[in-house]
Design a protein around this ligand. Structure first.
Ligand code: BEZ
Ligand code: FE
Length: 290
């Protein structure tokens, strides 16, 4: 005879139903998810109207997903889940640069550029040079490491958010580190910007009195043979929102000075005029898991 479905038997009834799952990892995940969701319902005791509103919210999230917009990832970002997953998976990479979220504005196929090139194709922002060295955790250089760089402009917009306003590829570049692992490129100082707020995630932020802003940052993905690919940012020290990133992606170690430089010799070396901002950002990669 079937057991009565009660508050006490509910969780076991569902977890038992997964007993024949052949993939052990899937079994673990579904069982744990069921336990946590049932505990959440027992703790908050939603009314049927509230549960309907919750389903409606998730449905709206789905409706806002397109080929160029991923509202589910944005939800995961503002709930700190994306960063928690990053942080858990970055464990054990002792001495390596810390990872942070990819975000929705990465494009595969950034334009290839030579070291020293500018990624600022407009030139209205504050000139800036970013330089550093890619190495392994033992300090040895990683010549030929490939750096995929992307950033918002001085107004806080990515090129893909302003087609026809910004040239395609503005704020983006694919660079190859030199024989000593060094890289350098020119750009403008990026501006803080809001994550998209015209969907259900924006409504959630408003309902909870949260602002949507991210502190000024430059994204980088670094790849080098034999090493784990690193996805991270360099944050501009002193930027508004560095203490309250809407997606919780700031790690202290990733916040760097963008120092004001008035040295004509350095300016000539990097092909900029004075004064300009200089950011030093070394990148350390852990070895790939074998
Ligand atoms: C970004 O930095 O591009 C980003 C990350 C998470 C959500 C929205 C934007
Ligand atoms: Fe960004």
């Amino acid at each position: 005879m079937a057991t009565d479905f009660t508050e006490d038997t509910a969780t076991e009834a569902v977890t038992d139903s997964f007993a024949n799952t052949s993939d052990p990892r899937l079994h673990t995940i579904l069982t744990s998810l069921t336990r946590h969701l049932h505990d959440f319902v027992r703790e908050t005791e939603p009314t049927p109207q509230e549960w309907e509103a919750a389903i409606g919210f998730l449905t709206e999230i789905g409706h806002h997903c397109t080929d160029t917009r991923q509202e589910f990832i944005l939800l995961s970002d503002v709930l700190g889940i994306s960063m928690l997953v990053e942080t858990i998976n970055g464990r054990g990479a002792e001495g390596a640069t810390e990872p942070t979220v990819l975000g929705p504005f990465h494009l595969t196929g950034s334009p290839r550029r030579a070291l020293g090139d500018t990624i600022d194709l407009v030139g209205t922002g504050e000139p800036c040079v970013v330089r550093g060295r890619v190495s392994g955790t033992d300090g040895s250089p990683l010549p030929g490491a490939v750096l995929d760089i992307w950033q918002a402009n001085d107004q806080g917009f990515y090129d893909v958010q302003q087609p026809g306003v910004q040239p395609e590829g503005n704020g983006r570049g694919l660079f190859t580190a030199d024989a000593e692992g060094h890289f350098w490129f020119r750009t403008c100082v990026p501006s803080p910007y809001p994550i998209p707020t015209d969907g259900p995630v924006g409504a959630l932020l408003r309902a909870t009195g949260r602002h949507p802003y991210r502190p000024a940052h430059i994204h980088v993905i670094v790849e080098a043979a034999g090493h784990a690919t690193l996805t991270t940012h360099v944050f501009v020290a002193g930027s508004p929102y560095v203490e309250s990133d809407a997606v919780f992606a700031v790690k202290r170690s990733l916040v760097h000075d963008f120092t004001l430089v008035d040295d004509a010799g350095l300016a000539t070396r990097y092909g900029v005029s004075t004064p300009f901002r200089l950011a030093d950002f070394d990148l350390v990669l852990s070895r790939a898991a074998s």
